[in-house]
Design a protein around this ligand. Sequence first.
Ligand code: 2E7
Ligand code: F3S
Length: 316
Amino acid sequence: MTKPPLTLYLAAPRGFCAGVDRAIKIVEMALKKWGAPVYVRHEIVHNKYVVDGLRELGAVFVEELDECPPDRPVIFSAHGVPKAVPAEAARREMVFVDATCPLVSKVHIEAERHHENGLQIVMIGHTGHPETIGTMGQLPEGEVLLVETEADVAGLEVRDPERLAFVTQTTLSVDDTAGIVRALTARFPKIVGPHKEDICYATTNRQESVKAMAGRIDAMLVVGAPNSSNSRRLVEVAERAGCSYAQLVQRATDIDWRALEGIRSIGITAGASAPEVLVNEVVDALKARYDVTVEMVETARENVEFKVPRVLREPA
Ligand code: 2E7
Ligand code: F3S
């Protein structure tokens, strides 16, 4: 039987960012240095395949520090942790390595600086997400107010509208965040913040390339996990940019083939925590059913790299 033709637009950049690459390396290097088990507080990055692979090597994933024995090393996930977490690890005299993405640490420092300048902070982020919890947890209770939507801005009760700053989660929708920042500056003209927001280069670039292809595809598959904020944003971006069907898939077995019936073109991207092997798996599944022509949609080139912490580097 002849296969139907399908043009497959492959987004670039897609998949792993520099922060994810570094965080995974930190776990691998810790396992080499200290042997198993090494504890990891929260999924190192939001991807089951990555987490399962590291578990196989001897990593033990927990949600809270009190689940770790005091005599084994613990690694904090790429999303960042409240200040109380390393403080408690130090109190228990634990060996700990912080795999927080440097671009998240930068936001933590930004928040602290505003606080030292006497400003109350508004964080734009998603309730309950570990990055939001970590960033808010850099400062005492009540010093960081969370908003998720433009509507939340109207309901904000601040200490002093003249003394405010804002920070953001790094994986938000660029367009939604611009709207929230506009609402904040309209209501609080004196509010200070970053030039635009704190969304990272990887989030911005992945959303851009999805926008570039969304208008010419019948469907979009985003390889990523349901708890991955940046991956979920890519599905929304595709839909909003005019793609009538977008699905988040953890791997090829998740593909809803009935929903794809009759398509002639498809876009594929991957969140910052999704490994390329899973993209290849999805591409191969499509090739098994369609006569595929691959086209790249490259909207940026990335050359960002972050060093692993000194304690884990091999001696020169
Ligand atoms: C850390 C940060 O693990 P992810 O899916 O995380 P999100 O925040 O998107 O749920 O992706 C990598 C990553 C992104 N941002 C890790 Cl702060
Ligand atoms: Fe860091 Fe952005 Fe990746 S904050 S972990 S570079 S998605």
